[in-house]
Design a protein around this ligand. Sequence first.
Ligand SMILES: Nc1ncnc2c1ncn2[C@@H]1O[C@H](COP(=O)(O)OP(=O)(O)OP(=O)(O)O)[C@@H](O)[C@H]1O
Ligand SMILES: [Mg+2]
Length: 429
Amino acid sequence: MYFSLFLDKNAPFFFMAKSFTIMVHLGGLCELGEIRLEGITKKFDDFVAVDNVNMIIEDGKLFSFLGPSGCGKTTILRMIAGFETPTEGRIYIDGLDITDLSPYKRPVNTIFQNYSLFPHMRIFDNVAFGLKIKNLPKNEIIDRVERILNIVQMFDQKHKYPNQISGGQKQRIAIARALVNEPKVLLLDEPVSALDLKLRQKMIIELMNIHDLFSITFIYVTHDQGEAMSLSDKIAIMNHGKIVQIGLPDDIYERPNSIFSAHFIGDTNLISGTVKAIHEDYIEVETGFSQNNEKILLDSTYTQDVSIGEKITLSLRPEKIAVSRRSPGSQSDFNILKGQIEDILYLGTHTQYIIKVGDQLFKVFSQHKKVYFDDTALDWEENVFLYWHDTDSFVIKEENFEKQELGIGSQELRDKRIEANGKRQKGVK
Ligand SMILES: Nc1ncnc2c1ncn2[C@@H]1O[C@H](COP(=O)(O)OP(=O)(O)OP(=O)(O)O)[C@@H](O)[C@H]1O
Ligand SMILES: [Mg+2]
């Protein structure tokens, strides 16, 4: 839990006691904060940065906008905060139209990427700033600021200046400064991107715990899929100003609705095919990537709405494919193909194989587990079987896609890598 990060001893007890105190004293924080975006479009001159977005962000959720640079994430956040006005559409918080409200009148606070702390003010005064502007009584300000500094475990550092604390501590102060105003919604624009990897991971856990503690709505913006997957209750994938998919992190990963989603979160193999037969339990797809015209079978539970003769795209994640020099034997719900290893890349936690089946290249991730039944490591140019369960490949209803560059490189480069890595690969399994 949140406090166990800072206080290892008696952490659960401390956490419960603190939570109770917070609920008693900061009852105002535990309010609703449902955001509704209705037909939101933002144009900068002729350029459409956000394109007719319609969505609801449920109250109390940790919701992320995820998408590539320039897709419109910050612009959406700035419209919710009131720093930009939508060209079209309305924004509601808990059913109240706030589109024309000025930023400081909205029950919303923003944490920016660089935290924007005032360098000439001590930590205490940085956090107290918003309350002083509101002219609250001095005692109330001291009380609220000290309480929030305790929560983020920065009370002891309240006399320091921002340049005397670490990046992670600055983030905690930025969160404290936002939460002390008791917003219904906290907006976070890539708040951990300036931190190193270890600190980023730690701060993400802290953010999740702070979110659990306060139960207000957090809207988080990032282009880092790992970050979004690990901390979000729900994710919206954006591209070119549009929402491509909204869902739970595992739904988006397991069942992406488009080629863009499938590629943006994780890695995938895309395969073109034609629906050949539709049976009760499974669907046969003819791929045409080898002379054998291999068919791929799909479990029909996850594949509806296709018709015989339809051209489709299949998505198959690299880690769902097993690779072995021996056949797993006939298994009714497995797809089994024969291929040849084109490339091997040792990546520590797993090895990436590029395997050629006819003219189709498959990317396969394989973990180094001694329990697999190949007792020596697979080698370059070996003939292998690749197989996967028929629920692991699924249809994306888009026909055309750009063939992925799998980075095998020139023959000369490849030969050098075989020479350099070939021997080491033999010791991997
Ligand atoms: N004030 C502005 N004037 C003109 N164009 C703008 C303005 N603000 C943003 N844009 C453009 O709108 C698009 C979306 O910008 P936005 O900042 O929302 O992207 P983003 O998804 O947050 O990207 P990043 O991940 O790089 O932060 C970009 O092409 C950007 O150049
Ligand atoms: Mg941005």
